[in-house]
Design a protein around this ligand. Structure first.
Ligand code: ZN
Ligand code: ZN
Length: 179
């Protein structure tokens, strides 16, 4: 396996102020990579599906993969807009080798009619960020429901697993640093 690359954070389109700062602060305790902040990008209208009211995640991910190649980093895009992937009603995030994208749209407690809670919101963002970065680093889904690499079907799965890797997935990330 390759070395752990630097991680470039890219805000995309509408998003809450502060979210990029949270991720920059929270990420290194789980993935000890150098974090860089890149210029925010606009959401390309060509990826907007007006019938669904959502953006095509795969299209945005392609742009992120280009930035990742150009800057020689692993790119994580963060948007506040709702995103989907063909065949799915929505996705919390999506990834390919070297690039990842998450949406905070369905992570806010208010989306589920719950009182807004910054701690819960922030932990969900970190959990989804670590999950998609894990994929971008080559990790597959994990069958351990307490592992961040467990597949989230709904927000309850995200809250249950949290941002930590299980022992086996942790080892795979740790091996990257020395590889
Ligand atoms: Zn996944
Ligand atoms: Zn695991």
């Amino acid at each position: 396996m390759a070395r752990l690359p630097a991680i470039g954070l890219v805000g995309i389109g509408n998003r809450d102020q502060g979210v990029i700062g949270w991720v920059r602060e929270d990420l290194p305790s789980l993935i000890p990579a150098e974090i860089r902040i890149f210029h925010p990008q606009i959401l390309p209208l060509q990826y907007f599906d007006s019938r669904r009211g959502q953006y095509l995640a795969d299209g945005i991910l392609r742009s992120l993969a280009e930035i990742a190649r150009r800057e020689n980093v692993l790119c994580l895009g963060i948007t506040g807009s709702d995103i989907f992937s063909p065949g799915l009603h929505f996705v919390f995030g999506i990834a390919c080798t070297g690039a990842a994208l998450i949406s905070t749209f369905r992570l806010r407690p208010g989306f589920y009619g719950m009182p807004d809670n910054e701690m819960v919101y922030r932990r969900r963002i970190l959990t989804e960020a670590v999950h998609e970065i894990g994929h971008a680093l080559g990790l597959a889904h994990c069958e351990h429901p307490g592992c961040v690499m467990y597949f989230s079907n709904w927000i309850g799965d995200t809250d249950l697993k949290g941002p930590e890797f299980c022992y086996r997935c942790r080892r795979r990330v740790d091996l990257l640093q020395t590889g």
